[in-house]
Design a protein. Structure first.
Length: 325
């Protein structure tokens, strides 16, 4: 085997076989399905790096890393798992090759793709220890352990909040984000909400706020009526952002947060009641969200309204060298 490098076109199918999680007998068909579906899902299969076993006949990809660029100049990192081929290397060598594949991908991002990708990220299941250890060794940073929560809207706990808004506070729909003043208002609202946040605080400053907004816009089907800015005396201090997924009949709570000057005023229940009522009006039957497990006030709020955990992930990131400077 050689050191990790960009996967050549003739070996893309072999790389895809290493990325699909199906029994061995079904991998070739699943890999071909992945290749066929890739363009429709924004997957560029030229962004594959890996270690090739050139001694095999025909040569095969032993370990591979795939980068999938997403909105807001980010990229998701996907890594191959344990190799169960008869000619597979021992576990220690597999780990070394996996780290090499990820490292090679990051090196090329730094050198050639930093205008397109400013932050690489991955969400790893606790069961995928092989991925977690390799990503950490390749230079990624764990910024949070996330709980994914779901609320059945017909079972949501109701709270009466009419007339409960604190003095000077209003929640208004954000205007057309193509208007620079409105986009700037939302950016300032988000930035104020990040101050001393308990929700993935390590992420603060890793991305430009404009990129964060673009990422939020790409979630689900954007509906301007479901995006609000929270103001105190007409100054932006926070935001509540919902995105519907009509085909799945669910609404995702993409972001909610407010600045220190508004914390401790009972806004959590008010805003959650607004979010649930608005989600119901879309015809959705469920609401989902992700929350940093260290954010105890948020966890208590979600529990109060009836959210239940459905998944858990380690969130890891790695900014490009240009971003990190």
């Amino acid at each position: 085997m050689h050191s990790a490098s960009r996967i050549p076109a003739p070996l893309v199918e072999s790389a895809a076989e290493r990325l699909v999680s199906v029994p061995a007998r079904a991998r070739r068909a699943a890999a071909r399905q992945l290749i066929e579906a890739a363009p429709a899902h924004g997957i560029d299969l030229s962004l594959l790096w890996g270690v090739v076993d050139w001694s095999a006949s025909p040569p095969r990809v032993a370990q591979v890393c795939l980068l999938v660029p997403t909105s807001g100049r980010t990229a998701m990192v996907y890594v191959s798992g344990q190799d169960d081929a008869p000619s597979a290397a021992d576990p220690a060598t597999q780990h070394h090759n996996r780290v090499d594949a990820i490292t090679a991908a990051f090196a090329e991002v730094d050198e050639h793709l930093s205008d397109r990708i400013r932050l690489c990220q991955t969400l790893v299941s606790p069961r995928e220890t092989w991925s977690l250890t390799a990503c950490l060794e390749a230079g990624m940073q764990e910024v949070a352990q996330l709980d994914y929560l779901r609320l059945r809207l017909d079972l949501a706990h109701h709270e009466a909040v009419e007339g409960a808004m604190p003095s000077g506070v209003r929640v208004r729909p954000i205007g057309d984000l193509k208007i620079p003043a409105e986009r700037d208002t939302l950016a300032r609202a988000l930035e104020r909400s990040y101050i001393d946040t308990l929700d993935c605080p390590a992420l603060c400053g890793m991305r430009e706020t404009g990129d964060v907004i673009q990422s939020h816009l790409s979630t689900g089907q954007h509906d301007p009526a479901l995006w609000w800015v929270i103001e105190l005396d007409d100054q932006p201090e926070g935001a509540l952002l919902l995105s519907p997924f009509p085909d799945q009949r669910l609404v995702e709570l993409v972001y909610v947060g407010w600045s220190p000057v508004l914390r401790g005023r009972g806004l959590g229940g008010i805003l959650m009641s607004r979010a649930i009522a608005s989600a119901r009006r879309t015809g959705a039957v469920e609401m989902t969200c992700a929350v940093d497990m260290r954010n105890e006030p948020a966890l208590r709020l979600y529990d109060r309204f009836g959210f239940v955990p459905i998944d858990h992930r380690h969130a890891l990131v790695r900014p490009t060298l240009e971003t990190a400077r």
